[in-house]
Design a binder for this molecule. Structure first.
Ligand SMILES: Nc1ncnc2c1ncn2[C@@H]1O[C@H](COP(=O)(O)OP(=O)(O)O)[C@@H](O)[C@H]1O
Ligand SMILES: O=C(O)[C@H](O)[C@@H](O)[C@H](O)[C@H](O)COP(=O)(O)O
Length: 186
């Protein structure tokens, strides 16, 4: 596997993206971004009210995250991003931005260089039961556990030819981090 410039830790709400992503970033000495911190206020309010986001809500948010990743990686800064990235098309936006149309990402192709981020996807998979159990115990977070079913309904797990590894969230955190660190990422 070619060394990536960025790692995406993805999965449904409560799968452990923020926890695993921040531990991994510390371990690697890479910069950490939590995509939750980049949701516009409208998106957060929608989720707080128990309404799932749709493509229109997510696409500008993902474009912004793509621009951030690309800027960092182009300057030699390696990055870990924790982001739900539930659908293949969302992961494609994180890698390539969104060409054309009104939602076009801003940064692109000043000097006609391909505006792609070399990304390794770490997919945290787990059962509804295990993950909902963790969400019900999690305190002080805006995401209501009732939205978990819609996250599973939307989820398109990564598959070939995506550059990904899959890790089951039944493992404890040290095992998860060790498994990822055992992959050729640097
Ligand atoms: N592998 C794990 N084993 C046990 N608990 C975990 C594990 N990963 C995450 N958690 C716990 O599950 C909850 C959800 O994790 P979090 O990182 O907030 O998920 P996400 O960012 O995907 O919503 C947190 O309370 C976290 O401490
Ligand atoms: O695409 C989405 O619907 C959101 O990004 C969602 O997947 C994310 O889970 C929330 O931002 C809640 O945050 P947690 O993932 O930390 O629960």
């Amino acid at each position: 596997m070619a060394a990536p410039g960025a790692l995406l830790v993805m999965g449904v709400s409560g799968s452990g993206k923020s926890t695993v992503g921040s531990l991994l970033a510390s371990e690697l000495g890479w910069k950490f971004y939590d995509a939750d911190d980049y949701h516009p206020e409208e998106n957060r309010m929608k989720m707080e009210k128990g309404i799932p986001l749709n493509d229109q809500d997510r696409i500008p948010w993902l474009c912004n995250l793509h621009d951030i990743l690309l800027r960092d990686v182009a300057s030699g800064q390696h990055v870990v991003l924790a982001c739900s990235a539930l659908k293949k098309v969302y992961r494609d936006i994180l890698i390539r931005g969104k060409d054309g149309g009104p939602l076009k990402c801003e940064q692109m192709r000043k000097d006609k260089q391909p505006a792609e981020v070399k990304l390794l996807v770490v997919y945290l998979s787990g059962s509804f039961e295990v993950i909902s159990g963790r969400l019900l115990k999690r305190k002080g977070h805006f995401m209501p556990p009732e939205l978990l079913q819609s996250q599973f309904d939307t989820l398109e797990p990564p598959s070939d030819p995506e550059n990904f590894i899959q890790i089951n969230v039944d493992k404890n955190l040290s095992e998860i981090i060790a498994t990822i660190m055992g992959t050729k990422i640097t």
